[in-house]
Design a binder for this molecule. Structure first.
Ligand code: 3MF
Ligand code: MG
Ligand code: MG
Length: 412
């Protein structure tokens, strides 16, 4: 192939994207509760060892592009759109008004807001630092985010306490730090009740997001399970308002089965919001687009969520790879992430109605003939042949994922 001139490369990428086929229309995409984060589209490719590869981009353009693609919901950190120095000032009000206009003009809704309590230097000892001034400032920031959420019409507030931990052992009192962190959440809930009442709105759903490593060396609430324990600890004054925003990769990172982590949140009635992406076990937070690494596991996750009528948002918290250009972010990265999600969601529907899987699962539950209830060997023998169905079900799931159940075969 001849070198492709720079000014023809975008058209080339677009042509291959069309050739891929399988894209859903923006109208179809809008039917799903899929949200696009401001920070995901604005991510420039930077990291500790990585210089940015993409230019800056603001919320007006991102909201417009999401709308064109068919992403109906937008989410943001306070600092993604409001500079830290302008928090709580007239400048904040101006920016919020500009965001409201951009959302209105493009028919996009803000579903979630989140307070950034990990990036600025003020959080270097966490939002629950020893110094009372830091903790007062943290309360101001989460309350201010609740205010912004109500102004933008959001239903969810998310908190990722990324810096709630330490680098060196013994320097902080973990129990005290957790108590102080709870005070900030309590302030956010109290503020929410007040503002919701004043504006005749529902209170927000407050969602904690765990990540096992990064950016601190040791994290005080590293997993969704740790957060369930924290919610039930008695430290929160409104535990009923607080639930989880698990992130698929954050659970995978520590070695969990994300589906089992989600199941634990579901049985606790705390699965409020879900950050969707993909990646690898025991690596850093690579935030790859949903379904690009573990499509089979993703299928199973969506079967679980569909079976339990989860109706919260699916938030595209991933990072378009550094190799993807700014053009590619909206031409390839976001549309394909949305379309893989929709396809996996629909395949999950097929799994749920598949007669073979259903019959196999029913048979496993029916079990074998009744035998002496105290005779372990007899109980095992009574079920012996049915247990092979576990592997048959797994095979059937892969068949459905690969389309083999529809007669896709290879004759050699
Ligand atoms: C970090 C994350 C965060 C959270 C966000 C939401 C930057 O690994 O996943 O994204 O999702 O802070 O509150
Ligand atoms: Mg996340
Ligand atoms: Mg992540």
């Amino acid at each position: 192939m001849n070198p492709i001139p720079e000014n023809q490369q975008q058209a080339f990428v677009s042509r291959l994207m069309k050739a891929c086929g399988g894209a859903y229309s923006p109208e179809v995409r809008r039917k799903y509760f899929i949200s696009g984060p401001q920070w995901a589209a604005a991510y420039q490719g930077q990291a500790l060892f990585h210089a940015p590869t993409r230019p800056e981009i603001g919320f007006q353009e991102i909201i417009r592009k999401y709308s064109e693609i068919g992403i109906g919901y937008w989410t943001t950190h306070d600092t993604d759109v409001i500079p830290t120095y302008a928090m709580g000032t007239d400048r904040q009000n101006e920016i919020v008004a500009e965001i409201q206009k951009a959302l209105r003009d493009n028919g996009v809704q803000c579903s979630m807001v989140t307070a950034e309590t990990f990036h600025h230097a003020v959080w270097s000892a966490s939002p629950a630092a020893e110094a009372p001034q830091v903790r007062e400032y943290a309360k101001f920031r989460v309350c201010n985010t609740v205010d912004i959420g109500h102004e933008l019409g959001a239903s969810f507030a998310v908190y990722w306490p990324g810096s709630l931990g330490y680098y060196v052992q013994g320097a902080i009192d973990e129990t005290q730090t957790l108590r102080w962190y709870a005070e900030a959440l309590n302030a956010a809930c109290d503020r929410d009740i007040e503002v919701a009442q004043k504006n005749d709105r529902q209170t927000l759903k407050h969602c904690l997001e765990a990540k096992p490593f990064e950016p601190q060396a040791e994290i005080l609430l590293p997993t969704s399970d740790a957060m369930l324990g924290f919610i039930a600890s008695g430290l929160l004054t409104h535990p009923e308002m607080v639930g989880l925003n698990p992130e698929y990769l954050h659970e995978l990172m520590w070695g969990a089965a994300p589906r089992a982590a989600l199941a634990r949140a579901l049985v606790a009635g705390k699965l409020f919001h879900f950050d969707i992406n993909d990646g690898y076990r025991l690596k850093h937070d690579v935030d790859i687009g949903v379904g690009l690494v573990n499509p089979l596991d993703w299928l199973n996750v969506l079967v679980l969520l569909r079976s339990h009528a989860y109706n919260g948002p699916f938030n595209l918290d991933y990072k378009p790879p550094r190799t993807t250009s700014q053009f590619g972010v909206f031409e390839v990265s976001f549309p394909t992430a949305v379309d893989r999600f929709i396809t996996l969601w629909e395949i999950a529907g097929e799994v749920m109605t598949d007669p073979i899987i259903k019959e196999a699962m029913d048979a496993l539950k029916a079990g074998g003939p009744l035998v002496d209830p105290r005779d372990a060997d007899a109980i095992f023998a009574s079920n012996r042949e049915l247990l092979t169905l576990h592997e048959l079900i797994a095979h059937r799931l892969v068949q459905i994922l690969l389309g083999l159940h529809r007669g896709r075969i290879y004759s050699l």
